[in-house]
Design a protein around this ligand. Structure first.
Ligand code: SF4
Length: 241
């Protein structure tokens, strides 16, 4: 729910002061400042599971949701239930306007093969925009070393694409640090991560990564696309502006 007047001019100062703080401290700050207008988007990747673990351990009042494209791996759906049971939380399903079958009837079969950007727009971006419009701030689990686009992501900044504050508590973390936290705290995570899938999305657009390959090369393999659009900046927006 929208409850706060957000002063965008304050955000660079927040980002600077939070840059060296721990992920737990950043999450606490975010909850103090923005709850109940605060939500967390989880794709149920290992980074997201770590963030949920931190939120649950601290008992922070944060809404949780995942974009259910209806094309996720069975292992992802099983993990979703496992996380809810383990932490006693509800992860809301945010779904597209149309089922996969309805989309095929309207746009043709397997839109992801022909127009993956359009498919992501319909199955991820539009549902995401609808749900974020009700909040003042959202938490994501992106890391700077995942893609060039994310390399300059601030701890906190203005998300011009969706029109709210974006908080990235793990932004300074490496994948090894994420795995170490998960192991130390016995955080449930997707078994596919241990089977050559460092980044897991929809079944049609996720493939195994060989040793030495870029961890995100298994997403939209063979296409120039590297992001579904959730974490791209708005046209003309500099990171954090
Ligand atoms: Fe469609 Fe692939 Fe995007 Fe999923 S990741 S919404 S299947 S294009």
């Amino acid at each position: 729910m929208n409850v706060h007047q957000v002063d965008r001019a304050e955000l660079p100062g927040f980002a600077e002061s939070l840059e060296t703080r721990s992920a737990e401290e950043i999450l606490r700050w975010a909850a103090d400042r923005y709850a109940p207008g605060l939500t967390c988007a989880t794709s149920l990747g290992i980074e997201d599971c770590v963030v949920i673990d931190m939120i649950a351990r601290a008992g922070l009042p944060v809404d949780l949701f995942t974009l259910d494209t209806e094309l996720l791996f069975p292992e992802t759906y099983a993990l979703w239930k496992q996380i809810e049971a383990r932490y006693g939380v509800t992860i809301r399903a945010v779904r597209p306007e149309h089922t996969v079958a309805e989309q095929a009837a309207r746009e043709g079969a397997e839109l992801w093969l022909r127009e993956p950007d359009r498919c992501c727009e319909l199955r991820k971006m539009q549902p995401l925009a609808r749900t974020l419009s009700s909040f003042d701030a959202w938490i994501t689990a992106i890391r700077r070393d995942q893609t060039p686009e994310r390399a300059s992501a601030p701890v906190v900044g203005w998300d011009g694409r969706f029109g709210l504050v974006k908080i990235n508590p793990l932004v300074r973390w490496t994948f090894d640090e994420v795995k170490a936290y998960a192991a130390a705290h016995d955080v449930p995570y997707n078994p596919l991560h241990d089977q050559g899938y460092p980044s897991i999305g929809c079944i049609p657009c996720t493939s195994q990564v060989k040793p030495g390959e870029d961890p995100r090369s298994g997403r939209w393999r063979g296409k120039e696309k590297t992001e579904c659009g959730l974490h791209l900046r708005a046209p003309g927006q500099t990171q954090g502006s």
